[in-house]
Design a protein around this ligand. Structure first.
Ligand code: BGC
Length: 766
């Protein structure tokens, strides 16, 4: 830099009167500090500002994270490290803790626990030098076949929003930034970076934006990630209605918006819409933005606004704080074994709390005399800790059901272990040798297809063991939606395994437990009557095997409740009519030529997805249209039972307060999830039969113990969205139901004469 420019910069700085001598760095430029962001920005060249809006590139991270922001040494602006993701830090450089996936966390209905998981992730981020965690992911489970459902919480926006808020509060407690993603309506992987979601405004507001709205208002996330898809024709990252009008003007979001990786098409349009940071950042984007500014198509003021948001994030980052403390190295490096043991304990506790017991015919918990267990299914020996894609975590170990049970003092049948081990090893060897031809033998990237242990082995094991556990595994993930055959439906091998094992064991009076180690739900209605118990263990993170042992041994009473509906038939779901069913992986499409791709997209109806079902997603659909289901929303069994006393309900001008004494009437310790559903009067819109409006989880109650569960429902939660008007609480008589699930109500209370209310679109009650 020439002397002249330096002098000008110094003089300009002095003219602003904002830079103390210490604020002038070695290059003669003002160094960023907590009070001078505006001046630093004004002193930057346009190129520098634009570089702040585009990341360091795909391999720009120094810690092996997904991305990083640009470093500007002249102004003392450090690079921020952006690390996936929802189930733990994903760093190529080191191993970290693999926590349970979001669907399991939502099944806990326990906000303190979800915050504790977030807090542990935040601590790991600080220790490893990550500034932003790219999570929680919080799209709605619109359809069971979305490949990434495992990363998302629920089909219900309230549960989603509350769970995400808890996670954000935990992550951000020590100054790590959270990132809500993918904003919005990224509900399928098929053609996700091109797909156009066609949905009406009410549906978007009530279902697909509502969770984000709750999280933005209740937890102040520092960042949010726009999604890949389009909504009603516009890429979300280029949509100023979404990113500025709704997110900032109506919801008062104060943080930074980043794109999903390589998301969107038109960089200037993205910046103009309010997408401040483009990740991972490419040169052509920088060039396009500069060109647009020079041609007057993009105001420099808009660049300043976006760059200002980047600077605010920087000033509130670990990287900046460390730099301000001068000598401390990147990352605290403080990861002693006590910390790691603490993270493992949280991962295990959360995993056990979120497992959902679907069936139990006196099989669980195992009585004290049970020791010898026959373990069937490849996933019994090879846990599916989480899904693949950016939600995967590189943990240093995972604990399989076999390992967890053995550690808890059980004796897994050694011959079966040997058999499954050698099968898995041979598949792995073959996979490595000849990966191309062997791919059809591998389901969901890396999990061998089920194998038949043989009639003889099953018969022998039924004699030698006291119980059987069959683990059914699925490894689903990013880039591709799931298929019906061989994934949603159990394969012939799996069905035969369940049938044969149940027959052999039950013939000699020995129970069989089926464990579903899956990211998204599978069909159960046709076979759930066969085993004696059925446990949905989800993708439970690295400690899954230990958590499973905690549940089957009775050390923990199951208290997970379904955050989704499990339909009897997939076709029953209203969203099924408009979900791309051929599961075409995005990468196939991207490998096709333009013409070929267009034909395929048209043929498969994947250029757009009509959200024709409107707000009738999940239980809103099946409850309103009286459809039978396999397992309903909010359902889950316990080893104990609970009594709900007549609740005390107070209707105040701004909220409804429900207090209900819950008593453990069974013989085991346990926790109950108390759920509050509301039926609204017919008003300005078509109302679902009922909607979840609040919930509370009791503490652990011993036999005979009681507690007061309190649920507060702000009046605004009763509102429906009326396009052109805003959020409307219809005047009239409401019904409040309190129960242990959406179809097991314990108490019903009429709420007559609720006054009407109209709130502006982003509105809160005064
Ligand atoms: C995913 C995001 C993720 C990003 C960075 C994208 O493919 O959609 O969820 O955060 O990659 O890894």
């Amino acid at each position: 830099m020439g002397m002249k420019k330096i002098t000008i910069l110094i003089l300009t700085g002095l003219f602003w009167g904002a830079c103390s001598p210490e604020a002038i760095g070695q290059y003669g430029t003002i160094q960023l500090n907590q009070t001078n962001a505006e001046q630093v920005l004004e002193a930057m060249t346009l190129k520098e500002k634009v570089s702040l809006l585009t990341g360091e590139g795909l391999i720009g991270s120094s810690i092996g994270a997904a991305g990083a922001t640009k470093k500007l040494s002249r102004q003392g602006i450090p690079s921020l490290e952006l690390s996936d993701g929802p189930a733990g830090l994903r760093l190529r450089s080191t191993s970290t803790t693999w926590y349970p996936s979001a669907s399991l966390l939502a099944s806990t209905w326990d906000t303190s626990l979800i915050s504790a998981v977030g807090k542990a992730m935040g601590a790991e981020a600080l220790a490893h030098g990550a500034d932003v965690i790219l999570g929680p992911a919080m799209n709605i489970h619109r359809h069971p076949l979305c490949g990434r459902n495992y990363e998302y919480f629920s089909e219900d926006p309230l549960l989603t929003g509350i769970a995400a808020s808890a996670m954000v509060r935990g992550i951000q407690e020590n100054g790590t930034a959270a990132c809500l993603k993918h904003f919005a309506a990224n509900n399928q992987e098929t053609n996700r970076d091109n797909n156009n979601v066609i949905a009406d405004e009410r549906t978007l507001r009530e279902i697909y934006l509502r969770g984000f709205e709750i999280a933005v208002k209740e937890s102040a996330p520092k960042t949010i990630m726009s999604s890949y898809n389009r909504i009603n024709g516009t890429y979300t990252s280029e949509d100023s209605l979404l990113l500025t009008t709704i997110l900032r003007d109506q919801w008062d979001f104060q943080g930074l918006v980043m794109s999903d990786w390589f998301g969107g098409r038109n960089a200037p349009a993205q910046i103009r819409a309010g997408n401040d940071l483009l990740e991972p950042g490419r040169n052509w984007q920088r060039r396009a933005i500069l060109k647009a500014v020079r041609k007057g198509e993009l105001a420099e003021e808009t660049i300043n606004t976006a760059a200002g948001r980047v600077l605010r994030l920087v000033l509130d980052s670990h990287a900046y704080r460390k730099q301000a403390q001068k000598d401390s190295p990147s990352g605290t490096g403080i990861q002693d074994s006590a910390c790691q043991a603490g993270y493992r304990a949280i991962a295990r506790d959360a995993a056990a709390e979120g497992m959902v017991l679907l069936e139990n015919r006196n099989a669980l918990p195992f009585n004290d005399s049970i020791r010898r267990i026959a373990l069937f299914g490849v996933s019994s020996y090879r846990l599916v800790a989480g899904g693949f894609g950016s939600g995967e975590v590189y943990a240093d170990h995972t604990v399989s059901p076999a390992e967890g049970l053995q550690e808890a003092g059980y004796l897994p049948d050694p011959q079966l272990r040997e058999r499954y081990q050698s099968y898995t090893d041979s598949v792995n060897r073959a996979y490595k040798r000849k990966w191309k031809t062997i791919t059809q033998r591998i389901t969901g990237q890396g999990l061998p297809t089920e194998t038949d242990p043989g009639a003889e082995a099953i018969a022998r094991s039924a004699v030698e063991n006291q119980v059987a556990i069959i683990t059914i595994g699925r490894r689903t993930g990013e880039f591709t939606d799931r298929t019906i055959e061989g994934d949603y439906l159990l394969s012939e091998e799996e069905k035969a395994l369940i049938g044969n094992v149940c027959k052999a064991f039950q013939a000699v009076g020995k129970p069989v437990v089926v464990v579903l180690n899956v990211g998204g739900i599978v069909e159960t209605a046709s076979w759930s009557g066969l085993p004696d118990a059925l446990l949905l263990a989800w993708m439970p993170g690295q400690e899954g095997g230990r958590a499973l042992a905690d549940i089957v041994s009775g050390k923990k009473t199951p208290c997970g409740r379904l955050p989704v509906t499990i339909p009897a038939y997939l076709e029953d779901l209203a969203s099924h009519k408009n979900f791309p069913l051929e599961g075409v992986p995005v990468k196939w499409l991207s490998m096709m030529g333009k013409k070929e791709k267009k034909t395929a997209a048209e043929r498969l109806n994947i250029d757009y997805t009509r959200y024709e079902e409107g707000i009738f997603v999940g239980y809103r659909d099946v409850d309103s249209h009286r459809k039978e289901v396999a397992y309903h929303f909010g359902y889950g069994l316990s080893y104990t039972s609970f009594l709900y006393a007549k609740p005390d309900v107070r209707v105040e001008p701004e909220r409804i307060v429900v207090q209900c004494v819950i008593t453990n009437t069974g013989e085991k310790n346990g926790r109950e999830v108390v759920q509050a559903y509301v039926s609204a009067p017919e008003g300005m819109g078509d109302k679902p039969y009922q909607e979840l409006k609040g919930f509370a989880k009791t503490p652990l109650l011993g036999p005979g113990e009681s507690c007061m569960a309190e649920i507060i429902i702000p009046m605004e939660r009763l509102a429906s969205y009326v396009p052109g008007t805003g959020w409307v609480v219809d005047a009239g008589d409401y019904t409040l139901r309190i129960g242990s699930s959406s179809r097991n109500m314990q108490q019903e209370i009429r709420l007559p004469g609720i006054p009407g209310l109209i709130l502006p679109p982003g509105g809160r009650l005064p």
